[in-house]
Design a protein around this ligand. Structure first.
Ligand code: SF4
Length: 740
């Protein structure tokens, strides 16, 4: 390839556009990585609507990792104590197919599990879950998105009647007040933050509130930082609602016309007066009042959140309680407003669209809904009843299935659970017990490859063609621009080949990724995430497209009798040149929601606090998070020199008062112990972290650190609705290693 190509960054859910150029020549001056491979040049794509030419250090260095430590050939071993031996694809496929048949006969279909990834392209997701849910009749397809944003999915579904972030990035530049809760946007979604920060700096009237136990880089520039105690988010949100009620700063017309359930919610928030809330949250009353005042005085409020809300044993309740604030103030469906969840993975949104979790089906359908199952069965040409009505094993329950001996085949793809799952002591023991693990990835070794019986080499970003959807529902085409190394193949092709060898030749008869995408978009017809107007060809020709985007023949304006229905008209437009009709940049602009009666639903939750609160034995709350340069388990970024120099080692942040009490000095090695495990970190003493709380980054696994794995400490207690584990907080004790 001699021309540059446009694609999307495969790291985070911001979804920045990239322009990638081939290595210039092969002379000595060519920029090469440490292994001598010429490096492709990456810059921001100025024409991409989401990022407008901006990229962070991860996007700018992505191509430096793509040739390093690659898995190139299928490999097999009979037991974990043996070395791998290279085999042909044919032998690897036969082994997997034999095992699937064995497990179906001896364990039942529930014995087969697949654990995928928000790194998948939508085409990979679609084929993987079609194999499990459609052909094998078991919904045991889950993804690492379960650890990332399943509480946001559940919150949207229950409050609005459907999943789907209703906002767009343009809202960052149209709001009067940005309310950021449980998100270190400056480090974890840097380009979203750049857009917000520029606008905030330029417009004095615009307020930024940041709610976080740490004074992060995001909080540093806020007008108001509320350093609440971990686990008190619902107290805070109900406390703000209490004051808005008291001041009558609510939109009764909106609530009357567009919502239901307010009386029960009003009864709950009655119990959250400012004195009580400030005490529980550990913040000043005037700060709480200031936050409520910003909400009350702002015409347009936009909320952003990510893991700090989602990774919680009351994650769905937190999300819905935040949505309540938007409903009571009419801050939804209009420019500059709305509850906006930021996705972690680059294509977690594509997974949601394609049915990439154990309880959902493609096109924002659910396995529990009989009509949804019937629609998919008909579309796939299956017999009625072939899709199970029972949600499959979520991420943690796949681990439990290994422990109990009920899972006989675990297929892991494009993710590294031996670092990212909670309670790693238990997770690793379960993986060791697995009778048969297939590990499909681009890189080798990873922490998880140590637990595999079969390794399948996957083509990664740039080596296969597909699409990804970012947090604002913008779909970007990701064309192949280089050959995969060795015998690596696209994930979807691997799943499809197994499907054909199992006898599902018609179901997996795809000539290429474009054919997969075409089938996938047809399955979204008429749904909120209608993408029938999007195709590989249109994306390649015209650039990124936001959904909903039905094909033009089927477009129907959703007229509303509501007084606010005008927004639907104002923000719908037809792009004649592209022959694409967008419904609008935002969802619910007509203020009719996807519930049975079109009304959004208030939720009434009292705060339950942490699943594992601190006590005398474990007196500190550990919270974990990400750093600006690293990505998740470092499979890529740990191999990029610039990023490793930026973040050379893990650490534990501790408040000076706590450090003094424990006689810990800067840089001292400390041991954190939880009820499950222990890990060691050098201490970093800083007022950025609240007293009685400590922070460690979650990027270091066994390959990159000596006992500094954060998830050795965390627990798996999860939100009962979203099943998202509370990775964000657990109780620990701290010991100076010198005293041990
Ligand atoms: Fe990539 Fe996210 Fe950085 Fe954008 S903000 S360049 S999508 S990692």
């Amino acid at each position: 390839m001699s021309e540059s190509i446009k694609t999307v960054c495969p790291y985070c859910g911001v979804g920045c556009g990239l322009t990638v150029s081939p290595p210039a020549g092969t002379g000595r001056s060519t920029h090469r990585d440490g292994e001598g491979n010429p490096i492709w040049k990456t810059i921001g794509d100025k024409s991409h609507p989401s990022s407008q030419g901006m990229v962070c250090v991860k996007g700018a260095t992505i191509t430096e990792s793509i040739d390093k430590s690659r898995l190139k050939y299928p490999m097999i071993r009979d037991s974990l104590s043996e070395p791998f031996r290279r085999v042909s694809w044919d032998e690897a496929f036969n082994k997997i197919v034999d095992r699937i048949q064995f497990v179906r006969q001896n364990y039942g279909a529930d014995g087969i599990c697949m654990y995928g990834s928000g790194q998948f392209q939508t085409e990979d997701y679609y084929i993987a879950q079609k194999l499990l849910k459609g052909c094998l009749g078991i919904n045991n397809f889950d993804a690492n998105s379960r650890l990332c944003m399943s509480s946001a999915v559940a919150g949207y579904m229950q409050s609005f009647g459907s999943d789907g972030p209703p906002c767009c990035y343009e809202d960052l530049e149209l709001t009067d007040c940005a309310f950021l809760i449980g998100t270190n946007t400056a480090e974890c979604h840097p380009i979203v933050f750049n857009r917000l920060r520029k606008y905030h700096k330029k417009h004095q009237h615009v307020k930024m509130i940041v709610v976080d136990p740490r004074c992060t880089k995001t909080a540093e520039v806020a007008d108001l930082h509320l350093a609440i105690k971990p686990g008190t988010d619902i107290d805070l949100l109900n406390g703000i609602a209490h004051l808005l009620m008291r001041w009558n700063a609510i939109d009764t017309l909106f609530m009357d016309e567009c919502t239901k359930g307010f009386p029960a919610y009003a009864e709950v928030i009655r119990h959250y007066p400012p004195e009580t809330v400030a005490r529980r949250c550990g913040i000043r009353i005037d700060h709480l009042e200031q936050a409520a005042r910003y909400w009350a005085d702002s015409e347009r409020v936009l909320s952003l959140w990510s893991m700090g809300m989602n990774q919680s044993s009351e994650g769905t309740a937190k999300v819905r309680t935040l949505i309540n604030l938007h409903l009571m103030t009419g801050n939804v469906g209009k420019p500059g407003t709305g509850p906006f969840s930021l996705t972690g993975q680059p294509n977690a949104m594509g997974g949601r669209e394609a049915g990439g979790l154990a309880h959902i089906l493609p096109g924002y359908r659910t396995v529990k809904n009989p009509q949804h199952r019937a629609e998919i069965e008909q579309f796939w040409g299956l017999n009625p009843g072939q899709i199970s009505p029972i949600p499959g094993r979520d991420a943690w329950n796949q681990i439990v299935g290994l422990e109990t001996g009920e899972v006989g085949l675990l297929w892991i793809a494009a993710t590294n659970p031996a670092v990212s799952m909670p309670d790693l002591v238990r997770t690793k023991a379960a993986l060791l017990k697995s009778p048969f693990t297939v590990y499909q990835d681009a890189y080798y070794p990873t922490e998880t490859s140590a637990y595999a019986h079969i390794l399948l080499p996957a083509a990664q970003w740039g080596e296969k063609t597909g699409t990804m959807t970012n947090s604002e529902r913008v779909v970007t085409f990701c064309p192949q621009f280089r050959s995969p190394p060795g015998e690596a193949r696209p994930d979807w092709e691997i799943f499809a080949e197994v499907g054909r060898r199992l006898g599902f030749t018609r179901e997996f008869n795809f000539a290429n990724a474009t054919a997969v995408h075409t089938e996938f978009t047809q399955i979204t017809r008429g749904r909120l995430c209608d993408m029938t107007g999007i195709s590989h060809e249109k994306l390649a020709e015209f650039g990124p497209i936001q959904w909903p985007c039905p094909d033009t023949a089927l477009l129907q304006e959703d007229e509303s009798t509501s007084r606010m229905g005008i927004f639907s008209f104002l923000f719908s437009h037809r792009d004649k040149d592209k022959n694409i009709t967008h419904i609008g940049k935002r969802l619910y602009t007509n203020l009719r929601f996807k519930t049975n009666d079109g009304r959004a639903i208030f939720a009434a939750y009292h705060s339950k606090g942490l699943a594992e609160p601190p006590n005398n034995e474990y007196p500190f709350v550990l919270t974990v998070g990400r750093l600006y340069g690293h990505w998740h388990t470092q499979t890529r970024t740990g191999r990029i020199e610039k990023i490793v120099k930026m973040h050379p080692h893990p650490f534990m942040e501790i408040h000076p008062r706590d450090a003094a009490k424990l006689k810990i000095a800067e840089g001292d090695l400390v041991e954190l112990r939880s009820r499950r495990g222990k890990a060691r970190f050098p201490a970093k003493i800083t007022k950025a972290i609240a007293p009685h709380t400590v922070f460690v980054p979650m990027h270091w696994g066994a390959l990159w650190s000596n006992d500094a794995e954060a998830n050795l400490l965390t627990h798996h207690e999860a939100c009962p609705t979203s099943l998202q584990p509370e990775l964000k907080a657990c109780a620990v004790q701290i010991l100076a290693v010198s005293a041990l």
